[in-house]
Write a protein that binds this ligand. Structure first.
Ligand code: NAP
Length: 284
């Protein structure tokens, strides 16, 4: 019998009951033979720092962070990875004797899903990134590192897209990528890859794009998944695009967190296929 205490992790958010992360990490642990426990923790809107310090004091090893705490997670950490610093947002905290380490795996998850699971190349492609909130901020750095020819960040509030683009300007130059910002009325031309990183699907709002942003055969990717993504996916298919939801991103960002914590790469494609079956057979 193994008497060592089991390593504890969780996902903290508000709301958090919808989170699939406990299921995903439990499968990763089973499939890699890692001994850990992973719960979900609903945190009061003014109680995030307290909840993180309490988890650490109880011997917890780390946590995932979701809406609305990703920005606060950076502020309370003692070490911040380069990608979390660029995003100014973190979804993965790790605890050790030195303190709290913040990282952001959302963008890596998105890029892994697009390139590995969907087999769509980002290098030398034209990309439209819709949104400039936490998800878009986490995505932009890893997207640029994948070497696209152009990334246009379009947001309802253009000033937020401008700020995101300014922060990533040096990275874009180093990748020889044309990076620009705009509002929702001025996208100008069509793209190979259109990524909805806005909360439009979550809010049940109309797709805030004109169909002419889709080049023939474009990939139209919604970070949302489940029934709320259906409107965007139907819109994209009806305009000839290949439509994909964000379930693969969810599993791939979790796989990166798992790797940060455990040093082991879980079989993410297997777990994604299993999760899709679970979601497809579970009523919303
Ligand atoms: P957020 O920080 O609240 O940002 C929301 C963004 O959406 C802002 O840019 C906002 O524009 C824009 N927006 C909201 N309603 C809109 C509408 N009706 N039309 C056009 N733009 C609208 O949220 P977030 O954390 O970035 O999350 C965005 C989405 O990504 C959510 O659906 C979330 O579930 C999803 N997500 C998925 C994963 C995954 O693993 N699959 C990971 C992270 C996030 P303004 O700036 O003008 O307000």
């Amino acid at each position: 019998m193994n008497d060592t205490p089991i390593d504890a992790y969780c996902v903290m958010g508000n709301p958090v009951e919808h989170s699939r992360s406990p299921w995903i990490h439990a499968r990763f642990a089973e499939l890699t033979g890692q001994r850990l426990r992973y719960n979900r923790q609903l945190v009061a809107l003014d109680g995030f720092a307290q909840a993180v310090h309490a988890l650490r004091a109880r011997g917890g090893r780390g946590c995932n962070v979701t809406i609305p705490f990703k920005f606060e997670a950076v502020a309370l950490s003692t070490q911040v990875s380069e990608r979390a610093a660029l995003a100014q947002a973190a979804n993965t905290l790790s605890f050790d004797a030195d303190g709290i380490h913040a990282d952001n795996t959302d963008g890596l998850g998105l890029v892994a899903d697009i390139q590995n699971n969907l087999a769509v190349r980002l290098r030398a492609r034209d990309v439209l990134l819709l949104g400039a909130g936490g998800a878009a901020a986490g995505a932009l750095g890893p997207l640029l590192q994948a070497g696209p020819r152009q990334v246009l960040v379009a947001n309802r509030t253009q000033a937020k897209a401008d700020a995101l683009v300014r922060r990533h300007a040096a990275l874009a130059r180093s990748q020889d990528c044309a990076l620009q910002a705009c509002g929702l009325d001025t996208m100008g031309h069509s793209f190979d890859i259109v990524i909805n990183a806005s909360a439009s699907s979550l809010e049940g709002a109309a797709v805030p794009l004109q169909a002419d942003v889709l080049r023939p055969g474009a990939l139209a990717y919604d970070m949302m998944y489940g029934p709320a993504a259906a409107g965007f996916l139907t819109w994209a298919r009806s305009h000839g695009a290949r439509a994909c939801d964000g379930l693969g991103m969810l599993v791939e960002q979790a796989a990166e967190s798992f790797f940060i914590w455990r040093g082991v790469r879980p079989p993410s494609a297997t777990v994604l296929a299993e999760l899709r079956r679970v979601i497809d057979t579970t009523p919303p």
